[in-house]
Design a protein around this ligand. Structure first.
Ligand code: PHE
Length: 449
């Protein structure tokens, strides 16, 4: 993004621009909304531990693989696989990425809409609660209101469409520069508040002390899916970002920065949510509504809580948008490359159908709450298929492609362009050829057998 004019901005500025843009894709609702609620649903500390193993053993090497594929081919996923392996089935991994972008954005847009609604509600002072129960009830009645939920869902999608329509250069990247540091300061502030609530320590214990009895194959599958989701891996989003990179960029250190930053934000978010949940006598198993019920209760207990609430949801909405556009961009670039559409037609069309497909996800907490298949709502199914199966599968195939088809030597040559030395090449090659694919395969096998 800023890389295009990297020479005028100097090496450091340009690397920061890229790291911030890629972090903009990685840091989003996955860290702030999803991570806490699935930690809560899957038993706390033990889940966090499995998640961290997945991040560093599976996610990190695959992120480097995606950046490298993108920079080498300067293309989006479908084109990248087609270029490097013109014959054979590998282009299918690119198609799977497009499908994944479609599915994830369909429900991501719904939750993005919730954040917009909570900005408005904080501004009109509706977010001021006497008790945590009240905050939960307020959220419950909001998400069952079909008209309101669909309106804000449409608004979020319209914002994504507007940004991708104009191109992602400029505004959003500058926004990321300010957003990320501000988000960290805010989370520190909230963490301070949450940890000083009476009874908070029980939440810290739930969050940090692993109870290994709670680890089942399904828990590991969900942790792995979350690692892919949070790092934006397995569907070509990071590949696409890598395609904007100039050759002098240091891919390995950029990868490490993005992974550490994303993980740091998620871990901090847990330190805000669980102390507050336990201090306020709420349930950690609450599900997708967890953060939206707990945080407003925390804000209400703070001086200037209304203002804090507005700023927090603005930050969260921007974080969600910078992730949403990376999802939309993968779908849009496929329409452009594959069908020869112009950008505006591709953006409007994909935005429209993704929104339409997302509507039943939005209604999954109201009108369609009882329409369950195997105990799960439409929202749950789309999330589960995309995050827990398609992303890890896409990531595994990407690892196999780079490790065995394109080859770690070719990848290393790309990484080392312009004299960046890759000291960990052998370790990375081992991880990408054996460890990451085998780990994903084992988790799938354990889940099905
Ligand atoms: N990583 C984003 C988040 O944590 C979601 C995302 C997933 C974005 C996959 C792009 C691709 O919110």
């Amino acid at each position: 993004m800023s890389q295009a004019n990297g020479n005028s901005r100097g090496f450091w500025a340009s690397r920061m621009g890229f790291v911030l843009a890629a972090s903009g894709s990685a840091v989003g609702l996955g860290n702030v909304w999803k991570f806490p609620y699935i930690v809560g649903e899957n038993g706390g500390g033990a889940f966090v531990l499995v998640y961290l193993v997945c991040i560093f053993v599976i996610g990190l090497p695959i992120m480097l693989a995606e950046f490298t594929l993108g920079r080498k081919t300067q293309l989006s996923p479908v084109g990248a696989f087609r270029t490097l392996a013109p014959k054979g089935p590998w282009v299918g991994v690119g198609y799977m990425g497009v499908l994944c972008g479609f599915l994830i954005l369909s429900f991501y847009g719904v939750v993005g809409g919730w954040t917009l609604a909570y900005i408005v509600k904080s501004l009109t002072q509706a977010i001021n609660f006497a008790s945590p129960k009240e905050a939960g009830a307020f959220f419950g009645s909001f998400i069952s209101n079909t008209g309101e939920v669909t309106f804000y869902h449409a608004l979020f999608m319209a914002l994504c469409v507007g940004i991708v329509y104009k191109g992602v250069h400029g505004g959003i990247e500058k926004a990321c520069d300010v957003l990320m540091p501000t988000l960290v300061i805010f989370l520190l502030l909230l963490m301070g508040r949450a940890l000083t609530l009476p009874g908070a320590m029980e939440g810290v214990r739930f969050y940090l002390l692993p109870d290994f009895g709670k680890i089942t194959p399904n828990v590991v599958l969900i942790a792995m899916g979350q690692a892919f989701f949070s790092l934006s891996l397995g569907m070509g989003a990071m590949l696409t970002y890598g395609s904007y990179l100039p050759e002098k960029e240091n891919l390995t250190s950029s990868t490490v920065y993005v992974v550490l930053f994303d993980t740091f934000i998620a871990l901090m978010m847990g330190m805000v949510v669980f102390p507050a949940v336990f201090a306020m006598g709420l349930e950690p198993m609450e599900g997708p509504g967890l953060v939206f019920s707990v945080l407003p209760a925390v804000f209400s207990s703070m001086p200037l809580g209304g203002l804090v609430s507005v700023i927090f949801f603005v930050l969260l909405a921007i974080a969600a948008l910078t992730s949403g556009i990376s999802l939309l961009e993968v779908v849009v670039s496929w329409f452009i490359d594959q069908w020869g559409w112009n950008r505006s037609k591709a953006v409007l069309f994909s935005g429209g159908i993704i929104f339409a497909f997302g509507v039943p996800s939005g209604l999954s907490f109201g009108l369609l709450a009882d329409a369950k298949l195997m105990g799960m709502t439409f929202f749950d199914h789309v999330d589960n298929i995309a995050s827990n199966y398609l992303l890890p599968l896409g990531g595994m195939l990407t690892a196999i492609f780079v490790g065995w088809v394109w080859g770690p030597k070719a990848a290393q040559a790309e990484i080392e362009k312009h004299e960046t030395e890759f000291h960990w090449a052998a370790v990375w090659a081992f991880l990408i050829r054996y460890v990451s694919p085998a780990a994903v395969a084992c988790v799938f096998l354990a889940k099905f057998i």
